[in-house]
Design a protein around this ligand. Structure first.
Ligand SMILES: [Zn+2]
Length: 264
């Protein structure tokens, strides 16, 4: 019964989305998802942020910033980082995976399958902080969006990503960063999901990052560029919603998102 209801809900939602796309194509739109090309006059909201979630592919500001960097910035373009390159994508987002897979020379997915996170399309079921199955200098690019906050030994993870990258290769990271927080807040002795949610923002987060995330990448050898909305024109920011149109008042919110490109 539950399954049937879910199928009906998906069918209705799918029909609605298709009809709305015809409407916005004809009548004009003000925003567009640069990952799945969903068009509308505004995006969807979640409990923390208003009008930032693509209702079709669920992309949010960090994913669209990443896509904008690959699509529009010469230094970090698809042609430099992805095309004809070997790419390892941790915890791959379905629609981002589709784009990367279509462009990369070779493309592998990885995750450390914890309870509650099930994927069927993982090439490597590995801990990012101990990637024993992957040799040194194996990949040109490693992508991990909002992964490190789940990893106990996150510095070990950054070192491992450095190890598996070829010289000149790139890591692409995002992490939740509380607005205006200088130093990362971490306390591995906090194990209760409720306490983690209260202090770090989510039940399975082990820390909340500050501006010092750049220093962590630098300490492991990366030359780092943090990409935010300032790299793009106002038209592009508004079109692809690369910055929250309404600032979240949640005390742990990341309104000022960055995507970090680190060169080995
Ligand atoms: Zn989308």
């Amino acid at each position: 019964m539950k399954q049937t209801l879910r199928s009906i809900k998906h069918a209705v939602m799918g029909t609605y989305l298709q009809a709305s796309q015809v409407y916005y194509t004809v009548a004009g739109k003000t925003v567009e998802c640069n990952i799945c090309q969903y068009k509308s006059n505004h995006l969807a909201s979640d409990g923390w942020h208003q009008h930032v979630i693509c209702p079709y592919c669920k992309s949010t500001v960090r994913h669209r910033l990443l896509m904008a960097a690959f699509s529009l910035l010469n230094e970090f373009g698809f042609d430099k980082l992805i095309e004809n390159k070997s790419v390892l994508h941790f915890a791959p987002e379905k629609h981002l995976e589709k784009v990367m897979r279509s462009k990369a020379g070779s493309y592998k997915t990885a995750d450390f399958l914890a309870e509650g996170y099930a994927y069927s399309r993982i090439d490597y079921n590995i801990d990012i902080s101990a990637m024993k199955a992957i040799g040194d200098e194996s990949f040109d690019c490693v992508i991990a969006c909002d992964v490190l906050e789940h990893v106990p030994d996150h510095m070990g993870a950054i070192r491992e990503v450095y190890r598996v990258l070829k010289p000149g290769g790139y890591c692409v990271f995002t992490v939740p960063q509380k607005d205006n927080l200088k130093q990362t807040i971490e306390d591995l002795s906090i194990t209760s999901p409720q306490e983690r949610e209260r202090i770090f923002g989510q039940r399975d987060h082990l820390r909340i990052y500050g501006d010092d995330f750049v220093d962590m990448l630098t300490a492991c050898g990366f030359a780092v560029t943090g990409i935010d909305e300032h790299f793009f024109s106002k038209e592009i920011i508004d079109q692809y919603v690369l910055f929250p149109p309404i600032l979240s008042k949640h005390p742990l919110a990341t309104n000022y998102r960055k995507v970090f490109f680190g060169k080995k």
